[in-house]
Design a protein around this ligand. Structure first.
Ligand code: G1P
Length: 302
């Protein structure tokens, strides 16, 4: 059912009402090689490395399902079969657990994906960049529906306020605009991120007036960086169809968003919660400690 969104001007007056389609689909670009984690990633996709007892990708999927997504689209590469298997049923394992009356373990294995959620897998034949990966999923997105892009490397614990994507969905429903998760990073790190120029950094959510992929510190429009959560509209997919290679010689999602900025409103949401960059060893280790302590793991536990 479409939601109505009141467009409110700066003085608090309602100036219009638009119908918003609900957010039902999420794209997970998971085709990357994970070279930073070699040799582990020689035979295991980096998204399958575990944080305590679940693979990194499981946390991202849970966050999308919590936000109401029912169609999960994984953009995989050739070496990612383990991800496909993880989200599929495993009848042999289930039969074995059932025979041994391991009820708790059986529940865990069966409930990774709830029955109302469907998974789709599309292949990205060549690693041509994040924008290209998202474009690989374009045919599964309708002409006028919003969709989420979730990068599992950015693992976010939304504490008690809910997942980052749920928080962003609220902003999308309040403003009717596409929403990017943003976080302030040290100027020395902006070259690793998409970076925005906010119209007014004191006004949340921030209206975005410019976005640049991996700028040098001296060229960066601010140090508000995009982290791996997006709620986008299909205009971005249209822009991606003609997007040329940008930073690092790759087709960048950021560049397609930049093209849409003048016509589409984009806002940045500084989510509440703690982000772990599991794309590097330090962040991965910190996430393991954080989620381990959160589960109350001590020496007396298994
Ligand atoms: C990607 C995006 C970048 C974003 C980052 C967040 O970069 O291209 O704009 O800031 O994710 O993690 P990557 O980390 O894939 O190089």
């Amino acid at each position: 059912m479409p939601l109505s969104c009141a467009i409110v001007c700066g003085h608090g007056l309602t100036v219009g009402v638009i119908d918003l389609k609900p957010l039902k689909k999420a794209i997970f670009p998971v085709a990357g090689l994970g070279t930073r984690f070699l040799p582990a990633t020689k035979s295991i996709p980096k998204e399958m490395l575990t944080i305590v007892d679940r693979p990194i990708i499981h946390y991202a999927v849970e966050e999308a399902i919590e936000a109401g997504c029912e169609v999960l689209i994984f953009v995989v590469g050739r070496s990612k079969q383990a991800i496909v298997d993880y989200f599929d049923a495993n009848p042999e394992l289930e039969a074995e657990l059932e025979a041994k009356n391991k009820v708790e373990a059986l529940e865990i294995v069966r409930n990774i994906i709830p029955p109302h959620v469907k998974c789709f897998f599309v292949r990205q034949a060549k690693p041509l960049g994040l924008g290209h990966a998202v474009l690989c999923a374009a045919d599964l997105i309708g002409d006028d529906e919003p969709f989420a892009v979730v990068l599992p490397d950015d693992l976010i614990d939304g504490y008690n306020v809910g997942g980052a994507l749920s928080q962003m969905l609220e902003v999308h429903q309040d403003t009717g605009k596409a929403v990017l998760a943003i976080e302030k990073v040290p100027m020395s790190q902006v070259h690793q991120y998409g970076v925005i120029r906010p119209l007014d950094a004191k006004h949340f959510p921030m209206q975005i007036t410019e976005i640049v992929e991996k700028p040098k510190a001296e060229d960066a429009p601010s140090n508000w960086s995009v982290v791996g959560r997006y709620i986008l509209t299909p205009d971005v997919l249209e822009a991606l169809k003609t997007q040329e290679a940008g930073a690092g010689g790759e087709i960048q999602l950021t560049d397609a968003i930049a093209k849409c900025l003048p016509s589409e409103g984009f806002v940045g949401h500084p989510f509440q919660g703690k982000r772990f960059d599991c794309g590097n060893k330090k962040g991965f280790l910190e996430a393991n400690i954080h989620f381990g302590l959160k589960q109350g793991l001590t020496e007396s536990h298994e």
